[in-house]
Design a protein around this ligand. Structure first.
Ligand code: EPU
Length: 419
């Protein structure tokens, strides 16, 4: 499937932010820690959620779907082996391994794929589990982790890792004794997950800070008392702000959590983008004098790596030079060639830095989406560009953004989906 986009038109209206991909996927994985069904509200129905559902069902869980809602019943899960084909399509499949290990005493999973944004190693996960007493068998194309008994550990992350922190937190929740996680990631999705687990009988303190302490239940499963509500997707919201800054007459990004978005708000303000910030919305429009600013991606609360591609698109329209410094991933500039073909002036300094000189008009082209965040960036570029663009490989975009074409049409964007 492809998107055909006719660009050059100013957009206006309200766009609602959905639940966060990187929150819902972890809550789905966490279902394996429970002795009863869990309900997840504000679920975005994106491709990655469908893949995660398939993986859970393949393990024996029962999953029901409602209006923006999922009910996952893990009670009949006995299997610990992830379906290779599905798991390889979704990097987040790795977050099932910790809960599986904690529930069953073993987990078997393929090496997670998804190399398009650089190396995605799992060494930290493996050493974390080992510190808790697990044994690792490294097969040719899969891993098997086993533990008769998981015990609490004092574990410092060599590199700050989001899914690593979530995995260790979930594994430790059912271990015996106390676990201390140091140099932990601080993303809001981690805090939200910890709150849900605590509400269900876990004992986790310090989530959202670099030091997390967990007193394990000693193997007893958690019991859900209330539904989990997925927090608003701060990356989706940030991308819509960037869209508004690039071509918005006035766009209201509704249902977001501005407190989770301080880095992108600061960067946009420094670029002269007018923003009106409410409790749960931000309105944005294109400024007359968009200014070039530099950004450096960092762990939360720094500038999110998942927003650097759309921000780079915006910077092609800014007066002056900007440097985008990607410190989290290697090779996350796969989209730059496409932007250059569209007329942008971008110099790839090295694997981690690009220099953009603006402003330059963009022209419609046939382009391919390299990954989901870059895919959305290319949609923004195509909406900015004069003429028609065709974006292929849009499964990548559907992985993280639900019905993006329909939602953008509400802002009067000319975007069609074709086979
Ligand atoms: N790393 C290691 N060893 C490990 C794990 C990670 O060296 O065992 C390194 C990575 O190579 C990377 C750094 O640690 O250089 C940080 O990676 P992290 O583990 O934090 O990334 P992740 O947990 O795999 C999540 C999001 C990504 C987002 C990053 C950074 C999910 C499912 N994915 O990935 O989101 O870019 O954190 O914020 O939560 C996306 O949504 O498009 C996406 C890629």
């Amino acid at each position: 499937m492809k998107f055909i986009i006719r660009g050059g038109k100013r957009l206006a209206g309200t766009i609602e932010v959905n639940g966060a991909k990187n929150s819902v996927l972890k809550a789905m994985a966490a279902s394996l820690l429970f002795s009863n069904p869990i309900t997840i509200k504000n679920t975005p129905f994106i491709e990655d959620v469908l893949r995660m559902r398939e993986l859970l069902e393949d393990l024996g869980a029962k999953v029901e779907e409602g209006d923006r809602m999922l009910v996952i019943d893990p009670t009949s899960v006995r299997d610990g082996k992830l379906n290779k084909e599905i798991a390889e399509r979704l990097r987040a499949s790795i977050v099932l391994a910790g809960p599986l290990l904690a529930r069953n005493g073993w987990a078997d999973f393929p090496y997670p794929g998804g190399c398009v944004i650089g190396k995605r190693p799992i060494d930290i996960f493996l050493s974390g589990w080992q510190a808790m007493g697990a044994k690792i068998m490294d097969g040719k194309d899969h891993f098997r982790v086993t533990a008769k008994k998981l015990r609490g550990a004092d574990f410092a992350f060599r590199v700050v890792s989001v899914t690593g922190t979530e995995t260790m937190m979930m594994t430790a929740a059912l271990a015996s004794g106390k676990t201390v996680l140091r140099n932990a990631a601080m993303e809001p999705e981690i805090l939200s997950l910890a709150d849900f687990l605590n509400d269900s009988g876990a004992k986790i303190s310090g989530a959202g800070t670099p030091k997390i302490e967990i007193i394990g239940t000693g193997g007893r499963l958690l019991r859900a008392k209330r539904p989990f509500t997925v927090i608003p997707d701060r990356i989706e919201a940030g991308s819509f702000l960037i869209l508004g800054a690039a071509i918005g007459k006035k766009i209201k990004v509704a249902g977001c959590e501005p407190e989770h978005m301080t880095a992108i708000i600061t960067a946009l303000r420094e670029a002269n983008v007018p923003l009106e910030i409410g409790k749960d919305f931000i309105s944005v429009s294109k400024p007359r004098n968009l200014k070039a600013v530099n950004v450096q991606t960092r762990e939360y609360p720094g500038f999110p790596t998942d927003l650097q591609a759309p921000f780079a698109v915006l910077m092609t329209q800014a007066e002056g030079e900007s440097v985008i410094f990607e410190t989290i991933w290697e090779s996350r500039f796969g989209y730059a060639e496409n932007l250059k073909r569209m007329g942008a002036n971008i110099f790839l300094a090295d694997q981690h830095r690009i220099l953009i000189k603006g402003p330059h008009h963009l022209r419609g082209r046939e382009i391919e989406s390299p990954d989901l965040r870059a895919g959305l960036a290319l949609i923004v570029a195509a909406l900015l560009a004069k003429g028609e663009s065709v974006i292929s490989n849009i499964y990548q975009i559907d992985r993280g953004y639900e019905k993006i074409d329909e939602r953008l049409r509400e802002l009067s964007a000319e975007i069609q989906r074709i086979n």
